[in-house]
Design a protein around this ligand. Structure first.
Ligand code: XMP
Length: 323
């Protein structure tokens, strides 16, 4: 019979058997799947696991701290944090095209993660043979079911390593659906904010700034996004909406009036959607009072924002994200 306790016990035994006395690496994204996969593997093999978190500087307010502090406190996992903000911002400088941004972020992410893997290999030696991934059942079905290996190329100039390193994959969530993963995460004692986290795209806030991504714009968007999330949570709406992207129209300005004078600021877009699987979505009919509160707070508290607009487009024709 299916209980989270059984799933945890079974997976812990399987992971121990698979990894033996070797070592494993797990990349944390801030999302539910990688956190639960890491927590399971940590329970199974403890300090034989090293987690890696690449801080690309595109996360929402508090999310990096959530990984650094709350995840580590809940699991006791060994964590390597790579501060790559400058590298990502440099690579994104001058780029406005959404696909270009995605490509750059994806490419830099792989490079930084591979570099971190190599450093861990150098520190801990060839015992590091496994890579943990938070693959879920729907991903397995979609990709045809194979389990596999992952390669990294040691093109960086580090001595004593083979040219091509192959990791065996550890995928402890392969039989689980998302809601089951959340239950397992809860059973493992992960914080509610991680376990119940709504979907958030890998490229992060980089694809929620329409226009060039800069540090100032990211900080501004982080503030606006934090206010929207706070108010949605306070209104008890987290379970009603699938996710609510908050988007900065950095290339758009409009005239406003605040205090004593005229302003010429940027609009923030709220994009609350309801959905079953993100393939289709409808815009959420949020209570006007909640929308009013978010709007008032954002325009009062976030400098350079003088307008908050609501996206009332379903998917299709609109996607959930703006880029
Ligand atoms: P769209 O905008 O295509 O988004 O309607 C559908 C769902 O996917 C998320 N999303 C991403 N997730 N990497 C991710 O991990 C990405 O590049 C990415 N782009 C979109 C989006 O937040 C929504 O849940």
């Amino acid at each position: 019979n299916w209980t989270t306790t059984n799933v945890v016990e079974e997976q812990v035994a399987l992971i121990r058997e698979q990894v033996g006395d070797k070592r494993a690496i797990c990349g944390l994204s801030g999302g539910v799947d990688s956190a639960v996969a890491a927590a399971l593997v940590q329970k199974a093999i403890g300090s034989q696991l090293t987690c890696v978190y690449v801080d690309h500087g595109l996360m929402r307010k508090g999310e990096t701290e959530q990984v650094e502090k709350d995840f580590v406190a809940a699991t006791g996992a060994k964590l390597k944090v790579v501060d790559a903000e400058k590298r990502f911002l440099d690579a994104l400088a001058g780029v406005s095209d959404p696909e270009e941004k995605r490509k750059i972020i994806g490419r830099e992410f792989i490079r930084v993660f591979e570099q971190a893997q190599l450093e861990i290999l150098q520190e801990e030696g060839p015992e590091v043979a496994f890579l943990v991934q938070g693959t879920l059942y729907p991903d397995v079905v979609e990709s045809g079911g194979g389990t596999g290996t992952a390669n990294i190329k040691s093109h960086h100039n580090v001595g004593g390593l083979p040219d091509d390193i192959e990791f065996q994959l550890v995928e402890p969530l392969r039989q689980l659906f998302k809601d089951e993963v959340r239950m397992v995460g809860q059973e493992l004692g992960l914080p509610e904010e991680i376990v119940q986290r709504q979907p958030f795209p890998g490229p992060g806030l980089g694809i929620r700034i329409v226009g060039e991504v800069t540090k100032d714009r990211l900080d501004l968007l982080r503030d606006a996004d934090a206010i929207a999330r706070e108010e949605l949570t306070a209104a008890g709406l987290d379970r009603d909406i699938w996710q609510c992207p908050v988007v900065l129209l950095a290339d758009v300005r409009s005239v406003g009036v605040q205090g004593d004078g005229r302003t010429y600021g940027h609009p923030i877009v709220l994009r609350p959607v309801s959905s079953e699987d993100a393939m289709t979505a409808d815009w959420s009919r949020l209570p006007y009072d909640t929308l009013a509160k978010i709007s008032t707070r954002i325009t009062n508290e976030v400098a350079d924002v003088n307008r908050v607009v609501l996206d009332v487009t379903s998917k299709p024709p609109g996607t959930i994200e703006w880029e």
